[in-house]
Design a protein around this ligand. Structure first.
Ligand SMILES: [Zn+2]
Length: 161
C-alpha cells in the first residue's frame, strides 16, 4: 500500500454510505472529504489529486483502485472506525480531537467567551470557557455534555473489545 502520509497526517475521502464515518473522522481531527456522487472515475481522480485515501463500501471500486482505497466492511459506525484505525495502523491524537468542523471539514478557530457570548445559550455562556468557531458554516462548538460521551466512544474504539 502506498503511503499517503506526507505531512504526518492521513487524509480521506469517504464515499457513499459512509457519511457518519466521515463526520467522526473529522471529530478525531482527520482531514476527511465526503463524496456522494456516482462518478467513480472522478472520485479516484480527486483522491489522487489531493493524496486522499478513499474509504468505501464498494468492493468493485477497491478492486479497480486498490492502491488508493480501503474497503470498509462493517455497517456499524464503531466497527467502521476500528477498521480504519486497525487497517491503516492509525494513531488517534487527543490534541487533534474536536479541531475540525464535523460538517464542513474546516479547521476550527479557538474563541473566547467574549467573542461568542451573543451567539450561545445563556447556560452555555455561564458554564463554558473554551469555544471553537467554524468560519465556513458559522457553527460554534464547546465542550458540552456530549463531549465526555464522545470521548468514551473514542476510547471504546481504541480498546480491543
Ligand atoms: Zn463548519
Amino acid at each position: 500500500m502506498v503511503k499517503f502520509v506526507e505531512d504526518g497526517e492521513m487524509k480521506f475521502i469517504a464515499n457513499g454510505m459512509l457519511g457518519s464515518l466521515a463526520r467522526w473522522l473529522r471529530l478525531l481531527g482527520f482531514d476527511t472529504e465526503y463524496f456522494s456522487g456516482k462518478d467513480k472515475y472522478f472520485l479516484a481522480y480527486n483522491a489522487r489529486k489531493e493524496s486522499r485515501m478513499v474509504l468505501t463500501r464498494d468492493r468493485k471500486f477497491v478492486v479497480q483502485y486498490p492502491v488508493i482505497s480501503l474497503l470498509i466492511e462493517s455497517e456499524n459506525l464503531r466497527q467502521q472506525l476500528k477498521e480504519v484505525k486497525d487497517k491503516l495502523n492509525l494513531h488517534f491524537s487527543p490534541e487533534l480531537f474536536f479541531t475540525r468542523c464535523n460538517i464542513c471539514n474546516n479547521i476550527l478557530q479557538p474563541k473566547n467567551i467574549s467573542d461568542v457570548i451573543e451567539f450561545v445559550p445563556e447556560y452555555v455562556a455561564k458554564t463554558q470557557t473554551h469555544f471553537s468557531y467554524c468560519n465556513v458554516c458559522g457553527r460554534i462548538y464547546w465542550q458540552g455534555t456530549h463531549w465526555q460521551r464522545m470521548l468514551d466512544f473514542i476510547k471504546s474504539i481504541e480498546s480491543n473489545e
